[in-house]
Ligand binder design. Structure first.
Ligand code: AMP
Ligand code: ZN
Ligand code: FE
Ligand code: FE
Length: 289
């Protein structure tokens, strides 16, 4: 029987940011569905990575250290993934601590806006769901559910928290994508633009590659249709041929929790061939040499 090698997921969240499971539990769940390579990519923090790696070691899963930087480009939210970076670096951790503090202050502004529309939620209600890392809107959504104001996370976003809704608060001093790329480079990591279908900025991806050293594109994200995947495969190929370089293609489920979307989403439904993890690991090794 042919062995199944579709056991890679390079985009996952834990309670270090807005995921629903702590790294240890997340890894146990990855084991149950037969994943062999995963990357933990929490928003603006690497605080879950150590636990993930240690648990992965026990379970026989290769855990690639990662992070997902929140950045802003022309007023649009853009996520940049960093892999294999020096996640314990003091300077990096100090900068990320600043991001966490900014998120904490933003929470207070969100709470005021919720009050303005008649929803009474306290910081304690929200912090109950936070595990010491990055506070995000999904934590606020959980507090709204607990208070009985909404039925699920999706409803909380649609009614109140999404961009353009009444209680949306942009992050202050969000870094530019180029800054995130610089951090990843300085920390010997590999940089990937996350879920590009969210932005519609193809020409600019080429600029990031050529001028700022972007290493690749998340071609196989959960929210990418078959068409999108083809499109980004072609984009990658075009950039490669035009500039005579080679880029990485990555992908993953962007798993947070089964119940965050309208439709329950089991862990392990977006799987990549292990080839993509191996390519990524090879590139990481080259960077850290
Ligand atoms: P924040 O970092 O606070 O801006 O929150 C962003 C995170 O919220 C994203 O990474 C997703 O995990 C989650 N999110 C964004 N939009 C939605 C939505 N419509 N439904 C559920 N979760 C969402
Ligand atoms: Zn998230
Ligand atoms: Fe993202
Ligand atoms: Fe993500």
């Amino acid at each position: 029987m042919k062995k199944n090698h579709n056991n890679t997921d390079l985009h996952m969240h834990s309670t270090a940011s807005d995921g629903g499971y702590r790294p240890e539990v997340l890894l146990q769940k990855c084991k149950e569905v037969g994943l062999e390579y995963i990357a933990l990519t929490d928003h603006d923090t690497t605080s879950g990575v150590k636990e993930a790696i240690e648990t992965g070691r026990k379970l026989g899963i290769t855990v690639i250290p990662g992070i997902e930087f929140s950045t802003k480009y022309n007023g649009k939210s853009v996520h940049i993934l960093g892999y294999g970076l020096d996640y314990n670096n003091e300077e990096l951790c100090e900068m990320l601590k600043g991001q966490q503090e900014m998120r904490r202050k933003r929470l207070d502004v969100i709470l005021v806006k919720l009050k303005d529309v008649g929803l009474d939620v306290t910081a304690e209600d929200v912090l109950e769901f936070v595990d010491g890392g990055s506070i995000g809107r999904p934590h606020v959504a959980k507090a709204l559910i607990k208070r009985g104001y909404v039925n699920d996370v999706a409803e909380a976003f649609e009614k109140y928290l999404a961009e353009g809704r009444p209680c949306y608060v942009p992050k202050e001093k969000e870094m530019a994508p180029e800054e995130a790329l610089n951090w990843i480079k300085r920390m010997n990591g590999v940089s990937i633009i996350a879920h590009p279908v969210y932005y519609d900025l193809d020409d600019w991806i080429e600029t990031l590659v050529v001028d700022y050293g972007l290493d690749g594109v998340e071609v196989y994200h959960r929210d990418h249709t078959t068409e999108d995947r083809k499109h980004y495969e072609q984009l990658v190929q075009q950039i490669e041929e035009k500039h005579n370089i080679s880029l990485l293609k990555t992908g993953g489920s962007d798993f947070h929790h089964e119940d965050y979307g309208r439709v329950p989403e089991p862990l392990g439904i977006t799987r990549l061939d292990n080839y993509f993890a191996e390519q990524l690991v090879t590139k990481i090794h080259k960077k850290s040499r």
